[in-house]
Design a binder for this molecule. Structure first.
Ligand SMILES: *[C@@H]1O[C@H](CO)[C@@H](O)[C@H](O)[C@H]1NC(C)=O
Ligand SMILES: *[C@@H]1O[C@H](CO)[C@@H](O)[C@H](O)[C@H]1NC(C)=O
Ligand SMILES: *[C@@H]1O[C@H](CO)[C@@H](O)[C@H](O)[C@H]1NC(C)=O
Ligand SMILES: *[C@@H]1O[C@H](CO)[C@@H](O)[C@H](O)[C@H]1NC(C)=O
Ligand SMILES: *[C@@H]1O[C@H](CO)[C@@H](O)[C@H](O)[C@H]1NC(C)=O
Ligand SMILES: *[C@@H]1O[C@H](CO)[C@@H](O)[C@H](O)[C@H]1NC(C)=O
Ligand SMILES: *[C@@H]1O[C@H](CO)[C@@H](O)[C@H](O)[C@H]1NC(C)=O
Ligand SMILES: *[C@@H]1O[C@H](CO)[C@@H](O)[C@H](O)[C@H]1NC(C)=O
Ligand SMILES: CC(=O)N[C@H]1CO[C@H](CO)[C@@H](O)[C@@H]1O
Length: 580
């Protein structure tokens, strides 16, 4: 009997969702809970009091249990509290985390947190603090995280944080801070320092003397245009450096040579124009962000003797690929972002990436591309994700994706595609690639769609992805390609030249095409010269113009052709018209 009860209890408990178990509101565990606040017991964090309604004047500290471990006093940004601190926390010696934000706190006050020897996290972001002094942090011997971001702190006396011997993370972003000597004195365990969004303008190397242990330094939006090499020398353990959205116009050769442990470097949103020889020499980076600069030139040896796994060159103005500057990264680079660089051309892209055999992700979105050489991706046999969305492609060269045996994702949405050649569809089908292709003017006639609908019918429909829609003709306009049926589509109004060859066998295609053209020419001559009738008009379709060769691809229109009119051959130029 007892065992049945126990079993039932076990089942009942097991049936409770994990989160409900961990964070149930046990009012009975609280002797008191302040009005308008939520009191919960959290398995990891213990007793938690959260007051986040906003519009409060006083901290409801009198109605809180003495053994509370987590206290949040916060507000929605549009309904801030208007409160002050004082020695409110004397009895709450179990507190481990305090967050008082959006409360217009004007100052911290001496010894405010003095008895809180267990406090590990203190977050006072989004208040009205204008300065901090050492006595305000007296006694916080266990504090690990101090968040003072989004205040109006400007000038501080030196060494305000000297009592915070265990501090690992100091966040001072979005203040009006000016650096003073020994500001960071005694922060012996500091790993992460965030000074982003302060108008520092320049950094005196002496100020950073105390930051040798720091591994992550954030200096985004600090109006910096240069850093003295002594600054780097004072930061020998740096692994992560964020210099986004500053005013750097120039990087010296081996600029970062003192940062031998650096792995993540962000220089996005500066005003760099040229990457000089050996700028990154000796550097082994996991990520290098150079997006949103005005880089027009990468000197041949800019990346010599360096290795970079992920390189972001998005939103620059690269114009050429002289000297093959990315070649130095051929053994290291796995992700490359060249998106939204309006000056790039298809041929430059092809040259830039020709040696990047390890590449697994490449982003070429928003460049205005309408053509890429047929062999562009053939060296990239490890490519898994290819982004060609937001370009102007109206067709792809038939073997463009042929070597991409590992392709998992292809985004070709927002282009000018009316159909995909059957050879393209076949190679995507073979690799089971996920193709995103909404927002193209798909032409829903039988001859264009027969392979495509077959291909789509074997793919799962993804819920969060916009479906591709028919743009043309009127009878199916707006219909979703996943749901339209082949029998609903019209025959093509222009029957299409249909050499019976596979698109992959280009040599055979060429021969057959030439034979067909010769036959056609013969018939034309015969027709015109001998019979002088208006019976049939012939066109040929020229392709692969820039390679100067002719080849034909199976467009899948066998079924669309009327076999009783074999002598009528028309053009598909209207479907692949493009500027070149
Ligand atoms: C906030 O409180 C202070 C003093 O308590 C008062 O002077 C001030 O007017 C209040 N501000 C607002 C916006 O309520
Ligand atoms: C706090 O700062 C905000 C924004 O700067 C300001 O609107 C508000 O009046 C200040 N409150 C006090 C109490 O000074
Ligand atoms: C510091 O506070 C800001 C603003 O509330 C917040 O976005 C950020 O995540 C906090 N950082 C840490 C490490 O707690
Ligand atoms: C940014 O720094 C330059 C000097 O490098 C200075 O002239 C300018 O006033 C600073 N801008 C701001 C907003 O502090
Ligand atoms: C290449 O970089 C390494 C450090 O990664 C350095 O030890 C070596 O001297 C450099 N070689 C050249 C030729 O610069
Ligand atoms: C490259 O930088 C752009 C602009 O800063 C950003 O939107 C994009 O997400 C970055 N790409 C990667 C792969 O991080
Ligand atoms: C594909 O590209 C479109 C257009 O730029 C974009 O909206 C969409 O998020 C992309 N989808 C994926 C999965 O990359
Ligand atoms: C796609 O591949 C499957 C086998 O994986 C095959 O049954 C199907 O016919 C192919 N579809 C097209 C359109 O080639
Ligand atoms: C700025 C602000 O929202 N102040 C509010 C503080 O809370 C009192 C009520 O306790 C409101 O009257 C104030 O408007």
């Amino acid at each position: 009997m007892k065992s049945i009860l126990v079993a039932l209890t076990v089942v009942a408990v097991a049936a409770l969702p994990a989160t409900a178990l961990r964070q149930r509101s046990f009012r009975e565990n609280f002797r008191r809970c302040p009005q308008n606040c939520a009191c919960t017991v959290d398995m990891n964090q213990g007793k938690k009091v959260i007051c986040d309604q906003g519009g409060l004047r006083e901290m409801p500290i009198l109605n809180m249990d003495g053994d509370t471990q987590v206290f949040h006093f916060t507000a929605p940004p549009d309904l801030p509290n208007n409160s002050t601190l004082g020695r409110l926390f004397s009895y709450f010696t179990n507190l481990e985390e305090i967050r008082i934000t959006h409360s217009q706190i004007p100052a911290i006050g001496e010894n405010t947190f003095h008895p809180l020897r267990k406090l590990q996290i203190l977050d006072l972001s989004f208040n009205n603090l204008t300065t901090v002094i050492e006595k305000e942090f007296y006694g916080l011997i266990e504090l690990k995280v101090l968040n003072l971001s989004n205040n109006q702190i400007s000038k501080c006396p030196s060494a305000p944080f000297r009592y915070l011997k265990k501090l690992t993370s100091l966040i001072l972003s979005n203040n009006r801070l000016q650096l003073v000597p020994r500001l960071f004195f005694m922060l012996k365990n500091l790993q992460r320092l965030d000074l982003s969004g302060n108008p520092l303008n320049s950094i005196d190397p002496d100020v950073l003397k105390d930051l040798r242990p720091v591994t992550r330094l954030y200096l985004a939006r600090c109006n910096l245009s240069t850093l003295h090499s002594l600054v780097y020398q004072n930061l020998p353990n740096l692994e992560h450096l964020d210099l986004r959205d500053n005013k750097f116009t120039y990087l010296a050769p081996e600029e970062f040579r003192h940062l031998t442990k650096l792995q993540y470097l962000y220089l996005d949103g500066n005003t760099l124009t040229t990457l000089k020889h050996r700028t990154f020499a000796g550097q082994a980076l996991k990520q290098l962000g150079l997006s949103r600069n005005s880089i027009t030139t990468i000197e041949e040896c800019a990346f010599c003797n360096s290795s970079i796994s992920e390189l972001n060159l998005s939103r620059n103005r690269l114009e050429s690929s002289v000297g093959d500057p990315l070649r130095a990264l051929s053994l290291s680079i796995e992700k490359l972002d060249l998106s939204y660089s309006p000056t790039l051309r298809g041929t430059i892209v092809a040259e830039l990436i020709q040696n990047l055999h390890k590449l697994s992700v490449i982003n070429l979105e928003g460049i205005g591309l309408y053509d890429l050489p047929a062999a562009t991706f053939s060296p990239l046999t490890n490519l898994r994700q290819l982004y060609l969305n937001n370009n102007r492609f109206s067709e792809f060269r038939y073997s463009l994706f042929q070597e991409l045996r590992k392709l998992e994702v292809l985004n070709i949405s927002h282009n000018n595609l009316k159909f995909l050649r059957s050879s393209i569809i076949r190679s995507l089908n073979d690799t089971n690639t996920r193709v995103i292709m909404h927002d193209n003017p798909w032409k829903c006639q039988k001859c264009y769609m027969i392979h495509m609908l077959n291909f789509l019918s074997q793919r799962p429909i993804e819920d969060n992805v916009k479906p591709p829609l028919c743009a043309d003709p009127a009878n199916v306009r707006g219909r979703d390609l996943y749901h339209v049926r082949i029998f609903e589509l019209d025959e093509c109004n222009n029957p299409i030249l249909e050499p019976r060859v596979s698109g992959t066998e280009s040599q055979v295609g060429l021969v057959v095409a030439i034979i067909i053209i010769m036959v056609i020419v013969t018939i034309i001559v015969a027709t015109i010269v001998i019979y002088k009738t208006q019976g049939a008009v012939y066109y040929t379709h020229e392709e692969d113009r820039s390679r100067g060769s002719l080849s034909y691809d199976n467009l899948g229109c066998k079924e669309g052709l009327d076999s009783k009119r074999p002598s009528i051959v028309a053009t598909i130029d209207d479907t692949i018209s493009r500027s070149s």
